[in-house]
Design a protein around this ligand. Structure first.
Ligand SMILES: [Zn+2]
Ligand SMILES: [Zn+2]
Length: 313
C-alpha cells in the first residue's frame, strides 16, 4: 500500500485500496524480460558469468521460438472454458504432455543457439541432437514431474525444459481468462498447469506492491500466497529469512531463502521491491551460491524445482 496521503483529524484512510489480482498469467514478453535480466546478472555475478550468459542465450532463443511459431496443436474450442468453469487446471501438465508439440520448439531453440554458443556448450547441443526418441521423452517426463533426469542426461535437461516452457506459455497466452486462485491443499500447485512453483516473488508495481506470488516453473503463471507463511507446508511459526551479503554487508542479490523450521524446507523469495529488475527464474539461477550455502549447512532442503537449473535429486 502507498503511504497515506489523505490523513485528517479523524485518522487516516488508505490513499489507495489495493485489489491485487489473485492469479496473473504470463505475457508474450516474459522470455525477453528474463533474458534481459540474465544479461544484467552476467555482470553482477562474475563467478557465474559464462553460465548465466549461456542461459541468457537460451532464454532469448525461447523468446524467438515463442514469437515465431504457431502452435501445431490446439485444444477443442470451449475446452479452456469448461476446465475453468470446473476449477480444473486448463493446461494440466499430465493431461497435455502427449499432445503439445514441444519438439518443434526444441528444434527452433537448438537452431538459434547453434549460431551463438561457444565451444564449451556445443557438445551439449550435439548430445541432444543424437539422443534416441525414448530418452528425449524420458527427459521431458522428468522435467514435467519436477525431478532431475539420470546423471548422464542432466546437462541437456534444461534445454528440453526450455522447450516445454515455450509450448506451455504459448497456450497460456491463449487462455480467455486467468483461473481462480487455488485453495486448501492445492494452493501450492499452479492453477493453470498443475506444476509446482519454483520461487515466490514480492512485487513492486502499484497495483500489487508488496504482494507475494508463487511463480510456476512451466507456464509462468503467478498466484497469490499470503506472506509470512511457508509456501511448502503452510505453517508460519518458525520462518527464518536467510540471504548472502556482499563484501560491503549489502544484500548480494534481492533473493532470500524463506526457511521453515516446521517442515525443514526452504523456497527462495525474490524481492522486486528491493530491485525492480529482479525476475523469478533468472534471479534464482544467479543466486546459486545461496543454495550451496544452505546445502552445506544441511539444516534446510530446497523446495522448488527450477527446470532450468538441474543440480541433483
Ligand atoms: Zn503453470
Ligand atoms: Zn514449512
Amino acid at each position: 500500500m502507498k503511504p497515506n496521503a489523505g490523513a485528517h483529524a479523524f485518522g487516516s484512510a488508505p490513499a489507495i485500496i489495493m485489489d491485487p489480482p489473485q492469479v496473473a498469467l504470463a505475457d508474450a514478453q516474459l522470455f525477453a524480460r528474463r533474458a534481459a535480466r540474465l544479461r544484467e546478472l552476467v555482470i553482477r555475478v562474475p563467478a557465474l558469468d559464462e553460465y548465466l550468459a549461456f542461459m541468457a542465450r537460451l532464454v532469448q532463443a525461447q523468446h524467438l521460438a515463442l514469437s515465431e511459431h504457431e502452435p501445431s496443436w490446439r485444444p477443442q474450442p470451449g475446452a479452456f472454458d469448461q476446465a475453468l468453469a470446473h476449477g480444473l487446471p486448463p493446461l494440466g501438465h499430465v493431461a497435455l504432455r502427449r499432445d503439445l508439440d514441444w519438439r518443434a520448439d526444441l528444434q527452433a531453440i537448438l537452431a538459434s543457439l547453434e549460431l551463438h554458443v561457444g565451444q564449451r556448450q556445443r557438445p551439449l547441443l550435439d548430445q541432444l541432437r543424437q539422443l534416441p526418441q525414448a530418452q528425449l521423452e524420458a527427459l521431458a517426463e522428468a522435467a514435467l514431474d519436477g525431478r532431475a533426469a539420470e546423471p548422464a542426461l542432466r546437462g541437456v535437461q534444461p534445454l528440453v525444459a526450455a522447450a516445454l516452457q515455450v509450448a506451455w506459455v504459448r497456450l497460456a497466452l491463449q487462455l480467455p481468462r486467468a483461473p481462480a486462485r487455488p485453495g486448501g491443499e492445492a494452493r501450492g500447485l499452479c492453477p493453470c498447469c498443475g506444476s509446482a512453483p519454483v520461487v515466490s516473488v514480492v512485487h513492486n508495481e502499484q497495483h500489487r506492491s508488496g504482494v507475494r506470488y508463487l511463480h510456476c516453473g512451466l507456464c509462468s503463471t503467478q498466484w497469490h500466497l499470503e506472506r509470512l507463511r511457508c509456501s511448502l507446508c503452510g505453517e508460519g511459526g518458525k520462518l527464518r529469512y536467510l540471504a548472502l551479503d556482499d563484501e560491503d554487508g549489502k544484500p548480494f542479490l534481492p533473493v532470500q531463502a524463506e526457511a521453515c523450521g516446521d517442515c525443514g524446507g526452504y523456497r527462495k523469495l525474490v524481492s522486486r521491491d528491493l530491485d525492480g529488475h529482479a525476475e523469478a527464474l533468472a534471479d534464482d539461477l544467479a543466486s546459486l551460491a545461496l543454495d550451496l550455502a544452505l546445502g552445506e549447512g544441511g539444516e534446510y532442503a530446497r523446495g522448488g524445482f527450477n527446470p532450468l537449473l538441474v543440480i541433483g535429486d
